[in-house]
Structure formats: C-alpha cells, structure tokens
Design a protein around this ligand. Structure first.
Ligand SMILES: [Zn+2]
Length: 277
C-alpha cells in the first residue's frame, strides 16, 4: 500500500519509561483486555491471538496477532533473531501489548529461542539471519516457519529489530551498523527511514550525546543477501526495515526506548497508529 506521508506526524507521543513501569505494575492486565472499537456505527472488539511455531522443539516460540477490529494495513515485527540483541526482543515483547487504531500487527518477539536462552548471537544452526535466501526456501526449519508467518501475513511493512556493537560509518568505538534504519528498495521505504531517523534525532536523542549517536538511513536493502529483510525486498517487494541501535556506551533501557519509538514512527507512516486506552 502507498505510504501515508503527510498530516500523520502531528500527534507525537513518546514511549516513556513511566508508561512502561505503569504497565509492569499492572502486570500487563490492561493491555490484554479485549476492548470495543467503534467502526461506522458498528462495534467490533479488538482481538489478540497467539500460537506457537516449531512447537515441541527447542526453537518453539510464540507468534502474537493483534487485530484492531478495523480493516487496515498489516505490520509484522520480528525481534530476537540474534540472541544477544535483547533491546529488540524486549521492545518486540512490549509491542505485543499495544493497541492500534486500524489494521493488524503480527509479532514474533523472540524469533531465536535457543540463542536467546544461551545469550549467544547464533544458535546451533549458525546465524539465523542468514537463512532467508531471496527466491528460495529458507534453509532451516525455524527460518521456514518464521518466513511462513511473515509472508502469510501479507504484510505492508516488516520490521526486523537488532542492535550492533558499534556505530555505522564512524571511527568511534568498534565497527558496527548501529544507529541506522536500513530500508528495502520498495517504494517509499527510503523516505520512511530518512524521516524516522530525523524524528529520532529531534525528539529522542539527548542533546548531551555526541554526534556519532545520531540516527541515519542505512544503505538500501536489495535481494542480494540471505537476510530476512532482503527476502522481504526480493520476494514480497514490500517495505521493510532493519532497525539497528548501538550497544556502544548505551544502556539496555535506552536502546529499548529508541527501538520502540522507531517502531511506532515507522508503523505510523504506514497508517498503523499506536493508541493508548
Ligand atoms: Zn542482529
């Protein structure tokens, strides 16, 4: 679907830590209560469903679907492809409790259970985010099931959440790809990444942080490598992003907050607005 670019950025609201601690205190109970959504005089409930993929295996992980009850775009969010990148899977778990104004969200918050439990980058089959060759079957059973969820959702936008040990195109710290949003070649994705980086730098980057922490647009993602987002580009021709925050000199809390604001902004540009009830 086309991006919704204008007039959508007026009501900024941050994911503050106070909101999260409130949710934590409430045990998330508010967020999972079905809520009535009024559409054109009809009232349809927001629904939340979960199911497992790779059930009964060490890979077993949960897929969450939030259906707003109102037709609209579909967003897919994948966290935890790499086990040591906890900001991505913490943020993705938070997204499973969101309410949205229209459309639906499909979330795989902890894609790589084995690596997350071991606190390792990869699992026994190697780097999970190299098992998605464009134009071919994914090369492990877990990658195949993840891809079935992503492609089967018929997504309008797909987010893959990561963190990096270093900073993209910077001499500071170790080499890395952090603080950048990498868009697919699909129409509109590049501008989404540029505008979201600008938004982050303006509203969510503490002025005391040195310039190398400023978010950037990463290089365009084509179907030339076997990563999940490259397969989104090559096989689905859809808007997708690799989101990379940096672990260099940052706390997990800060990285989670950055990641959540990036997710919220990118989804909003595609017509899916987080709502607070
Ligand atoms: Zn990663």
């Amino acid at each position: 679907m086309p991006s919704m670019k204008s007039g959508k950025n007026t009501s900024e609201r941050s994911d503050s830590s106070s909101r999260r601690s409130f949710l934590r205190q409430m045990g998330g109970a508010l967020a999972i209560t079905p809520l009535a959504v009024t559409t054109q005089g009809k009232s349809r409930a927001e629904t939340r469903t979960t199911y497992k993929i790779r059930e009964g295996t060490p890979d077993e992980t949960t897929v969450y679907k939030i259906d707003s009850g109102k037709p609209g775009p579909t967003g897919v969010v994948v966290g935890g492809l790499h086990g040591i990148e906890e900001a991505g899977y913490i943020a993705a778990n938070d997204v499973t409790e969101w309410s949205i104004d229209q459309g639906s969200l499909v979330v795989i918050p902890e894609a790589n259970q084995t690596a997350i439990k071991q606190d390792t980058y990869s699992n026994d089959n190697g780097n999970l985010n190299r098992k998605f060759p464009p134009g071919k079957e994914p090369t492990t059973p877990l990658a195949r099931e993840i891809w079935n969820v992503v492609a089967g959702s018929d997504p309008d936008i797909v987010l893959s959440l990561h963190s990096s040990k270093g900073i993209y195109r910077s001499d500071v710290g170790p080499d890395g790809v952090g603080q950048a949003i990498y868009p697919t070649i699909a129409h509109g994705a590049k501008e989404d990444a540029v505008m979201t980086a600008k938004y982050m730098n303006r509203y969510h980057l503490d002025q005391s942080l040195p310039d190398h922490y400023r978010f950037r647009r990463g290089n365009l993602i084509d179907a030339d490598r076997p990563l999940l987002t490259h397969k989104v580009a090559g096989d689905l021709h859809e808007v997708g992003f690799i989101v990379e925050v940096t672990r260099y000199g940052t706390s997990t809390d800060l990285r989670v907050r950055w990641t959540l604001n990036i997710i919220r902004h990118l989804l909003r540009r595609h017509g899916i607005n987080r709502v607070y009830r």
